[in-house]
Design a protein around this ligand. Structure first.
Ligand SMILES: [Zn+2]
Length: 232
């Protein structure tokens, strides 16, 4: 199993790692800072360096619980080779800002989330909601929460505790991963938002910067899409 360093510290940008397995479209490492595509957040891209040669990592994905770093011609590499891995940090940090801002959006819209997506300086959540909320109000509330500079913290609860508090799960389409007995919880401030999440977040809300615009689209009688755009 790859040690997923980004779970405990989302700010590690590069790391010395080792190849443990080679598959048809990529490599698996003993430790990584690359987030695999999941929960609406894109897989990280970046560079791996072997003997001073740079190889582009075009993406990252899970394959049977293995975290695969997608590269061209993985068969040219060898198991146990030492490599340096380096994130495209500009992109990843933007995902962290958008992702954290979507948690804030969750906190001000009291409705279940039916879907979502994270991009560069831009993201969206779909809510099980009949009437469109007020755009200006959302924009102002988000920027106020951002400027209050709340800390983001990670903790754990057991599967049992989550079963007893099903309202903690906000996203209907993405179920928290089970199996280890523990669920990773993300909290903003004193539970301004508190929900299971495996993604990467900034350390404090001021790092999100500023929401410059909000768009709301009608995606059905009980489905409203809220799109946020951050200052780049
Ligand atoms: Zn999250």
């Amino acid at each position: 199993m790859t040690v997923e360093l980004f779970r405990d510290d989302a700010y590690i940008k590069n790391y010395n790692s080792r190849i443990t397995e080679i598959v048809s479209d990529g490599i698996i490492l003993d430790k990584t800072v690359f987030y695999p595509e999941g929960g609406g957040q894109p897989g990280d891209v970046g560079i791996i360096t072997i003997n001073e040669n740079d190889i582009v990592v075009t993406g990252t994905r899970y394959d049977n619980n293995r975290l695969v770093h997608l590269i061209e011609q993985p068969n040219a590499l060898k198991i146990n080779q030492d490599i340096e891995i380096k994130l495209n940090w500009k992109k990843r940090y933007s995902y962290m800002q958008v992702h954290t801002c979507l948690h804030l959006l969750c906190s001000i819209i009291p409705a279940p989330v039916t879907g979502g997506s994270i991009g560069d300086a831009r993201g969206r959540l779909d809510f099980d909601l009949e009437t469109k909320p007020d755009k200006e109000m959302i924009l102002n509330q988000l920027n106020e929460l951002i400027s209050n500079d709340y800390l983001i913290s990670i903790s754990e609860i057991t599967d049992d505790e989550l079963d007893k508090n099903p309202e903690l799960v906000r996203t209907m389409s993405v179920k928290p991963p089970r199996g280890s007995g523990k669920i990773r919880m993300v909290s903003i401030g004193d539970k301004i938002d508190y929900q299971p999440c495996g993604g990467t977040h900034v350390n404090k809300t001021s790092e999100i910067g500023e929401v410059i615009s909000i768009k709301i689209e009608n995606k059905g009688k009980m489905n409203k899409r809220i799109i946020i755009n951050l200052l780049q």
